[in-house]
Design a protein around this ligand. Structure first.
Ligand SMILES: *Cc1c(COP(=O)(O)O)cnc(C)c1O
Length: 394
């Protein structure tokens, strides 16, 4: 892979014609070390947030050796990239062929489920294996999260007791898992969900070996500055200690966004300006899916030398395809003298950004270059966290 010291230097010397994905291995390493050292349990990485093999290797080398996979393609990818990694197949609705291949060929022993049918499927596909860790996914509220995951998955509360008892009978280890939704802005998301876990354990009267609090750990975006992650970890730890099974069970988490967001950003070029609208060379069908479809805001910075001294104003973006929907409302704050030919760095695209790219309309290709400078924002740098806690107090 190509390397360059800084985003600014890269844009001003290489003058890239196509968008460039920037990777920052040091930022992913720092996020991984933070979880490994501070999360009061075991951390696995949710591969769907960004399946880049380079990122998987960085996380693995930093101590994240367990991976949450959701499709057979992700199973094969992790098996090929990191042969010694442990995989947990945490999609509650799987093809029977996928379960069989994962179990027989790739050594996967941990699966999630949320119905009796899925339990029967797992038992059939593994020919009644006795070495399974089976995690029952419960339904929890997404009210504290920016992206809901509350409607699609999670056992029906009316069947939960029966499902836990049946799963206990076939599992070597029984887990309970949930997902509070992505970008949880308050630790209350986890304490609320842990109350559900407690109620489920008490009602079913089963022993539980794993409590998996899922993903949802937040990153920092404009207008979405969450409390420090330590606050989330403290709340989760306390709730876990209060469960009747804490003495004999393990605590797991499955962050995707928090481990990958700071790993990548994007350099785009302005091809045209129309008032407060900038036509850039990447968009809804590229790395900016969330910016277009759910009006997610990302930090932006002009890469120009000498720098502009115009004050910032709010811009929206049009992407390069011919589709009207290739529009990103923002607001994206950039100097008022922005013009065609300028380069912009768009930050925090390591999670659900670079992974979403398509080739629609001929605009899919990008270069990937590793840089050494800091990401625009970080949950893992002291100064930034101090700024964040000031924001929270106000
Ligand atoms: C998407 C997903 C994750 C990761 O969620 P983040 O919000 O990115 O942390 C973890 N677990 C499961 C089961 C998921 O579907």
């Amino acid at each position: 892979m190509h390397k360059h010291p800084t985003a600014l230097g890269l844009a001003t010397t290489l003058l890239p014609v196509q968008p460039v994905t920037l990777t920052r291995s040091h930022a992913a390493r720092r996020a991984a070390r933070f979880f490994v050292e501070k999360f009061p349990g075991r951390t696995m990485y949710a591969v769907k947030a960004n399946p880049s093999p380079e990122l998987l290797a960085v996380l693995y080398d930093s101590g994240i050796t367990q991976f949450d996979v959701a499709s057979i393609a992700e199973v094969r990818l992790v098996a090929n990239t990191l042969p010694d990694a442990t995989m947990c197949f945490m999609h509650p609705v799987k093809a029977e062929e996928a379960i069989r291949e994962a179990y027989d060929t790739h050594g996967v022993r941990t699966f999630s489920l949320d119905t009796m049918e899925e339990l029967e499927k797992i038992v059939r596909a593994t020919k009644g294996a006795t070495d399974l860790t089976l995690c029952v996914r419960i339904r929890v509220s997404s009210e504290h999260s920016k992206l809901s995951l509350a409607s699609k998955f999670g056992a029906d509360p009316a069947e939960l007791r029966e499902l836990l008892i049946a799963t206990r009978q076939v599992a070597d280890a029984l887990g309970i898992c949930f997902h509070v939704g992505s970008q949880a802005m308050s630790p209350a998301a986890y304490s609320g969900a842990m109350e559900r876990v407690r109620a489920a354990i008490v009602e079913a009267g089963v022993t539980v070996d794993v409590v998996d609090v899922g993903g949802g750990f937040p990153s920092s975006y404009p207008g979405m500055e969450p409390p420090p992650l330590e606050v989330f970890f403290d709340v989760i730890h306390k709730c876990f200690e209060d469960l009747p099974v804490s003495y004999s069970s393990e605590l797991w988490c499955e962050p995707g966004r928090a481990l990958s967001a700071e790993y990548s950003s994007l350099i785009v070029r302005v091809e045209k300006r129309r008032g407060d609208e900038l036509y850039i060379n990447d968009g809804a069908y590229g790395a900016l899916f969330d910016a277009a479809h759910i009006a997610w805001r990302f930090p932006t910075e002009l890469l120009r030398e000498p720098d502009s001294n115009a004050r910032d104003m709010a811009f929206s973006f049009y992407g390069p395809t011919c589709d009207d929907a290739d529009y990103m409302k923002g607001p994206f704050m950039l100097p008022a003298d922005m013009k065609a030919g300028d380069y912009i760095e768009i930050g925090m695209l390591g999670a659900y950004g670079c992974a979403m790219r398509t080739g629609f309309n001929g605009f899919g290709s990008v270069d990937t270059i590793e840089v050494d400078d800091e990401p625009m924002v970080s949950m893992y740098v002291e100064d930034h966290r101090r700024v964040m806690s000031n924001v929270v107090k106000l």
